[in-house]
Write a protein that binds this ligand. Structure first.
Ligand code: ADP
Length: 333
């Protein structure tokens, strides 16, 4: 299977950490969401209470974790980080919640992957800062109420559609993060290059921005690749070097990587442009359907290469052109 660069190595994680904006003012783009969050945080401070629970939805790498850290940092509150897959039993969540200190920010990444039983416990915790702990089994089972310290839950999800309504309704504020435009990504890169002490000309930064799939995390990763390439080849990181470095890493002129192209290629050449169902498509490229739906597809839709129809995914004229495949005159869109 083709793998998108994820922060797997220590070095990449440290690199990401070093580039993370620490305040809302430093956070590039997402103007609407930033303003909304600012209001929510200021109102909470004025009323001397914990900010409302916040749900952040959107594809990976758009700044959900960063915003959770900023919420804690701006309110000068401690932050606890966990994730849905780490909460497989209600007991896991009970342990986590009961150890929170007053005002703490609890970040749960991939909250849609939390166990059902934990989800139900979370409803009461979010609403009343209270949980019921079940003791014993069968007829003798009783529940003991336990008061929690007031906290702010920040949930992140790539699939807000998978969250049950009662959970979604308990967030005071939901933000849908959008892909960044090229200008915003250039700004992300300019700041990152500044932090790293790199001298990269503006046209080269613009070139990287245009190939970053609308995603700050990818922009920063590509910046690192370009820096490494220039270092090894003892050359200035200009536009030509950006092209060469990114070609080496299979990133094309639109910023599509191997997995994006594998998906497009499958729709076009194996399914005649579609429509093709998600499961069939996922099997054809050897990836999980969830990855296709939450990571690959949103960007292909955003740049107008794929459309979603009730009968499945369809490749657009742009996609056929991008792959350089002649499109039959009937059939596809
Ligand atoms: P997510 O949690 O949505 O997957 P992250 O918050 O981990 O994404 O962001 C990934 C990286 O991208 C971070 O290291 C951060 O430096 C960078 N980043 C994300 N959003 C922004 C932004 N708005 N401005 C500047 N950098 C950003």
């Amino acid at each position: 299977p083709v793998v998108r660069p994820q922060p797997e190595s220590e070095a990449e994680l440290a690199f990401e950490g070093a580039l993370r904006p620490r305040s809302l003012a430093e956070f590039v783009g997402q103007t609407k969401v930033r303003g909304q969050l600012q209001l929510l945080l200021t109102a909470a401070t004025l009323q001397q209470r914990t900010p409302d629970h916040i749900l952040l939805a959107g594809p990976p790498g758009l700044g959900k974790t960063t915003l959770a850290m900023i919420v804690a940092h701006e309110g000068d509150r401690p932050l606890r980080m966990s994730s849905g897959p780490a909460i497989q039993h209600a007991g896991d969540l009970a342990a986590l919640l009961s150890s929170l200190t007053p005002g703490e920010v609890l970040f749960i990444d991939e909250i849609h992957r939390m166990a059902r039983s934990a989800e139900e416990m979370l409803y009461l915790a979010m609403e009343d800062f209270r949980i019921d702990i079940m003791v014993g089994k069968g007829a003798g089972a009783t529940s003991i109420p336990l008061d929690l310290a007031p906290f702010t839950l920040v949930g992140a999800t790539t699939r807000s559609g998978l969250l049950p309504n009662p959970l979604r309704d308990r967030f005071g504020f939901t933000a849908h993060l959008e892909f960044y435009d090229d200008g915003e990504l250039e700004e992300v890169l300019r700041r990152a290059a500044g932090k790293l002490g790199l001298d990269i000309p503006a046209p080269a930064l613009a070139e990287i921005a245009g190939r970053s799939r609308g995603t700050p995390r990818i922009a920063n990763r590509l910046l690192r690749r370009v820096r490494d390439y220039a270092l090894v080849h003892r050359t200035e990181p200009d536009v030509a070097v950006v092209g060469a470095a990114l070609e080496l890493y299979d990133v094309d002129a639109h910023g599509l990587d191997r997995l994006d192209r594998a998906v497009l290629d499958a729709i076009v050449t194996r399914f005649d442009g579609g429509p093709v169902g998600l499961t069939t498509l996922a099997a054809a490229v050897g990836e999980e359907a969830d990855t296709i739906e939450s990571v690959v597809e949103p960007f292909l839709v955003r740049i107008g290469m794929v459309t979603r129809t009730p009968r499945g995914r369809v490749a657009t004229r742009t996609a056929w052109q991008h792959l350089g495949v002649a499109r039959p005159s009937t059939g596809a869109l």
